[in-house]
Design a protein around this ligand. Structure first.
Ligand code: IPD
Ligand code: CA
Ligand code: CA
Length: 278
């Protein structure tokens, strides 16, 4: 049996992917504990506005600070693209950590138990590992390039594609004052009569990662204007579990992820055609 990697040492550059993955898992656990303890089950919590329907709490900021501090203790020179702090410390590292400390803040402030911590790492422009952690369920979805995807310690394998009539899809609907509402509605109109159901649960990172578990059969986003920190970790996890990830033009490595489709390889082409940019 292989022993857990020693993550105590400090690394200049994170060449060892397993060690890097362990470090971002540890960071996600620390952030997740903060969110679990702060999650407002009955009472309301205070939040500020970043935009019309874009909220931020002390937990978003606190979780991000914990993540950055932990990763920096192991990789002092690594760069960060973090939702609440912006681009930090990225000077001379070819690696950057992409952080969404609380994906699903709107759910969190409304007491809806569906949110996650999402951390990915890119080497230059290539995503090399990622974790999406659901703290209330203690579910850690993780993956590293070439090493597969896991739920906690269990290696995930791709499942047979369901027929369209049995597929459960998820998407992100645009928020008030953000994204393209018409595109989202038109795509839902197209798909709704063909599949079993469509959900918009409210944590993009989690919904994308759930493809790896077969909890959703496909995820797409076009009108919602997702940011890289919403999707980066989920992309690695879904890919490593064997699912296909492209933008809606079919690109596997677009310069910018302005749209996204994650699905079983045997359903991807048909979904791309149905979702064709209107
Ligand atoms: C949001 C979630 C949501 C998506 C929004 C994102 P946040 O992230 O990922 O699912 O629909 O567009 O902004 O603000 O909760 O980190
Ligand atoms: Ca987010
Ligand atoms: Ca967030």
């Amino acid at each position: 049996m292989s022993s857990a990697p020693d993550t105590k040492k400090t690394n200049e550059q994170p060449e060892d992917l397993l060690l890097l993955l362990e470090t971002i898992k540890e960071a996600a656990l620390l952030a997740g504990e903060l969110l679990r303890n702060g999650y407002p089950k009955i009472e309301r919590i205070r939040f500020d506005h970043k935009g019309a329907s874009d909220f931020v709490t002390e937990y978003d900021k606190g979780a991000e600070a914990l993540i950055i501090k932990h990763i920096m203790s192991k990789y002092p020179k690594i760069g960060f693209v973090a939702e609440e702090s912006g681009i930090v410390f990225s000077k001379d590292s070819e690696y950057k950590v992409i952080i969404d400390p609380l994906d699903g803040t709107n759910n969190f402030v409304h007491g809806i138990p569906h949110f996650s911590v999402s951390i990915a790492v890119a080497k230059n422009t290539e995503l090399v590992c990622g974790v999406v952690y659901q703290p209330l369920l203690d579910e850690m979805l993780s993956a590293a390039k070439g090493l597969g995807a896991r739920l906690n310690d269990v290696l995930l394998e791709i499942k047979d594609a369901r027929p369209f009539s049995e597929m459960l899809l998820s998407t992100c609907l645009p928020y008030n004052n953000k994204g393209n509402h018409k595109i989202a509605i038109s795509q839902i109109n197209t798909l709704m009569p063909l599949v079993a159901g469509i959900r918009c649960p409210g944590s993009a990172a989690l919904e994308i990662a759930y493809i790896a578990l077969g909890r959703f059969d496909a995820f797409w986003s076009h009108g919602a204007q997702l940011d890289l920190w919403d999707i980066a970790a989920g992309i690695v996890i879904a890919r490593e579990a064997g699912y296909l990830v492209t933008d809606l033009d079919g690109n596997i490595t677009p310069e910018e992820w302005s749209s996204l489709l994650v699905s079983h390889p045997n359903r991807h082409t048909q979904l791309l055609t149905l979702l064709e940019k209107k």
